[in-house]
Design a protein around this ligand. Structure first.
Ligand SMILES: CC(C)(COP(=O)(O)OP(=O)(O)OC[C@H]1O[C@@H](n2cnc3c(N)ncnc32)[C@H](O)[C@@H]1OP(=O)(O)O)[C@@H](O)C(=O)NCCC(=O)NCCS
Length: 348
């Protein structure tokens, strides 16, 4: 709570704003070159104040507006000692973009060091990078609020129970999740889902499948996402197959959308789907393809999320009970703007 006597400071008539953050640097010109040439910042001001002391301001916005960085040359041993460590090891600065995929690709191409692969978090898509001195920054594209929907339209609940978190696993985590993911796969097959496997769905068979997936994550051929409850218990998973022929670099397949029976009908799959689409955008993919059992639970999910139904192939696969089932192919062209919720379509 703001003390009563300070409330005039929030008065709209006389606004205040954060204008500069001072970033300690070793050398003005070295820092200007890094921020302009690598990060694409604009040099807003470079004024000499005194011999050896300049007022150097850089900013991410084309017009130099918004909060900017004051590049402050360290002038004492104490200041030099904290160059690159201003955040004490934590992420110090946050560079927000409306086009994560574009910026991530451009910055990486310019040699900016990303210390992780992009992550999809409930608040958006993010990856940590280091500046020229090692300060940690987030490059982040925030998730937009759900688009308004017209009354009477069938929608996916945009916010599942609020306690579910979807994240993309890195190689080490993918390997450590094998037992939990095996549980989910076994539960789905035992529950009658046609997801490539037939009974008996042994733990060994399931673990071998997830080992192959973890290897694919390590080689960059797959993106693996998991949904966890508030206790960190995995409820569901989905993958993007990123390894595509060289004439389809813009495409990925969505695969193995699996939600444990104990986590169903609370929007977990819908949240996984939105996160997978964000992850695809972050990977620079603009076209996704999948197939699902015709008129099954998953087909409804995809139709609701704006996927286009292409057609059915009768007798494509077997259900776990041995009966034949038809599959339906779907595709989705991802909008480049990165809006996270496609307008819902009626069930086909
Ligand atoms: C298909 C599958 C992934 C859906 O998972 P899910 O997490 O239950 O999906 P959602 O919760 O997003 O949506 C499921 C239903 O719950 C409804 N729902 C979502 N949130 C809800 C809530 N808070 N309250 C009530 N209903 C809700 C949805 O509207 C949807 O309704 P519908 O079945 O009538 O269309 C899951 O059933 C599954 O894993 N099946 C086995 C594996 C499989 O077939 N995978 C597909 C491979 S392509």
């Amino acid at each position: 709570m703001i003390p009563e006597e300070l409330s005039p400071l929030l008065d709209q008539a006389a606004t205040r704003q954060l204008t500069h953050v001072a970033l300690l640097v070793r050398d003005y010109d070295e820092a200007i070159a890094w921020f302009t040439q690598r990060l694409g910042f604009r040099l807003v001001e470079d004024t000499t104040l005194a011999p050896g002391k300049r007022w150097v301001v850089v900013a991410p916005a084309a017009d130099g507006g918004g909060c900017s960085l004051l590049l402050a040359r360290a002038a004492t041993p104490a200041q030099e000692a904290v160059i690159g460590r201003q955040g004490g090891g934590r992420v110090f600065l946050f560079l927000e973009t409306t086009d994560f995929a574009r910026d991530h690709a451009l910055l990486a191409q310019k040699g900016v060091l990303f210390t992780e692969t992009p992550r999809v978090e409930p608040y958006g898509t993010v990856a940590v990078f280091q500046d020229l001195h090692g300060n940690r920054w987030d490059l982040v594209e925030r998730r937009h609020a759900a688009s308004p929907v017209s009354p009477g339209t069938e929608t996916t609940p945009s916010s599942p129970s609020g306690d579910v978190r979807v994240r993309r696993l890195g190689p080490a985590e993918a390997a450590s999740f094998i037992p939990a993911l095996a549980d989910i796969l076994i539960d789905c097959v035992e529950g009658g889902a046609s997801v490539s496997f037939m009974p008996p769905m042994t733990r060994d068979k399931a673990a071998r499948f997830w080992r192959m997936v973890a290897d694919g994550v390590a080689s960059g051929e797959r993106a693996l996402l998991v949904a966890e409850d508030s206790a960190g218990e995995p409820l569901g998973t989905v993958q993007l197959v990123l390894a595509m022929p060289e004439n389809q670099p813009h495409r990925a397949d969505l695969a193995k959308m699996l939600v444990h029976r104990r986590g169903r009908r609370r929007g977990v799959a819908a949240q996984l789907l939105a996160a997978a689409e964000d992850a695809a955008r972050a990977e620079g993919r603009s076209l996704l393809v999948l197939d699902a059992v015709t008129d099954g639970d998953a087909a409804r999910l995809y139709s609701r999320a704006g996927w286009q139904r292409v057609g059915d192939i009768p007798g494509f696969a077997l259900m776990p009970d041995g009966s034949a089932c038809s599959t339906t192919y779907f595709y989705k062209a991802l909008d480049p703007a990165g809006t996270c919720n496609a307008s819902p379509t009626t069930i086909q």
